[in-house]
Design a binder for this molecule. Structure first.
Ligand SMILES: [Zn+2]
Length: 76
């Protein structure tokens, strides 16, 4: 069984959070390895996550920064 792009995209967030079963993790990884579109999207999500992680570790979060992050998510 192979995932298509839509199925991969639906699981991407859980994949990033490592909340999928090992079987599903492997299916998503297989698709990302073979699909340039999804692997690019995955890299983007990863960068955003890291940015948010750094932001949350700071003591103060500028409210406009959070808005910009969500705006950039919506505009892709
Ligand atoms: Zn794909």
């Amino acid at each position: 069984m192979n995932l298509n792009c839509e199925e991969t995209y639906k699981r991407m967030q859980d994949y990033l959070d490592r909340e999928l079963s090992p079987r599903e993790m492997a299916l998503v990884k297989d698709h990302l390895d073979s699909c340039g579109i999804c692997s690019e999207e995955f890299e983007f999500e990863l960068r955003v996550l890291r940015k948010i992680g750094r932001t949350l570790s700071d003591t103060e979060i500028p409210s406009d920064l959070v808005e910009r992050v969500f705006a950039s998510l919506g505009s892709s």
